[in-house]
Ligand binder design. Structure first.
Ligand SMILES: C[S@@+](CC[C@H](N)C(=O)[O-])C[C@H]1O[C@@H](n2cnc3c(N)ncnc32)[C@H](O)[C@@H]1O
Length: 226
């Protein structure tokens, strides 16, 4: 049972209702643009997890004609995303908890060619919840399917100084990311890149890891059988 203290659906919803969304950007981060360009041919079937206001979902649909299913746990985020980006044949926004226990809409739509998340995975703040996330991502992908992800990088706290009243975004070490994902995915590429957070008029640069993973067809056997 996952006991991590993640925000509840209601708490995410309140953040969107109060427009307290410092992670939001009006443009897709350039490392993600590069990955989308170099790893995915056009017209792929993509699942975006936690799209917020749908900037990246719309970018993928418009720029590459991908069919994007974008699910968010917050009804307010999805309402705002539809208002901002539209609900089109290429862009399907839906309210759903990615780790919802029963079979659902995503099982009907699977397998996906690729999964995308910008700073959703990093909000899963226990090893077990990240394992569950990676496992579910792997289940929904076709064989050799890709997962492109962007997570706060905890090297930030060592490298940068922040004002006391500037709350830090969620951050993971590479070890924390790798240890929960590698059971289900091979790492294809990882980049250390900027992660801009905006609070009021104040903008701060943190660090992120932009990563690309390929689904493993089978769980890797233990090297030394017990
Ligand atoms: C840090 S925000 C990032 C939003 C968007 N990707 C962006 O970059 O602006 C994390 C998003 O994940 C959503 N989220 C959190 N847990 C989720 C879950 N279990 N299933 C689906 N969405 C979830 C939140 O509602 C929120 O919109």
């Amino acid at each position: 049972m996952d006991k991590s203290n993640r925000l509840t659906a209601e708490e995410w919803d309140t953040r969107y209702k109060e427009k307290n969304i410092p992670w939001h950007r009006e443009e897709t981060d350039s490392p993600l643009r590069e990955y989308l360009h170099s790893y995915l041919p056009p017209q792929q079937k993509i699942l975006e997890i936690g799209p917020g206001l749908g900037v990246e979902a719309a970018y993928m649909a418009e720029k590459f004609c991908h069919h994007v299913t974008a699910i968010d746990i917050s009804p307010q985020a999805i309402q705002d995303a539809i208002k901002k980006q539209g609900q089109t044949p290429l862009l399907d926004f839906k309210v759903l908890d990615f780790l919802h226990k029963e079979k659902n809409y995503l099982d009907e739509k699977a397998p996906f060619d690729a999964i995308f998340d910008r700073t959703c995975f990093h909000t899963f703040n226990s090893h077990q919840s990240r394992l569950n996330f990676a496992k579910r991502a792997s289940q929904l992908l076709k064989d050799d399917g890709l997962w492109i992800s962007y997570s706060g990088n905890s090297d930030s706290v060592i490298e940068y100084q922040y004002p006391q009243d500037f709350p830090l975004p969620p951050m993971l070490s590479f070890q924390e990311i790798f240890s929960s994902v590698q059971q289900y995915f091979f790492l294809l590429e990882a980049k250390r890149c900027p992660f801009i957070i905006k609070r009021g008029n104040l903008e701060k640069e943190f660090l992120a890891f932009a990563t690309v993973w390929k689904k493993k067809k089978k769980k890797v056997p233990d090297v030394y059988p017990q």
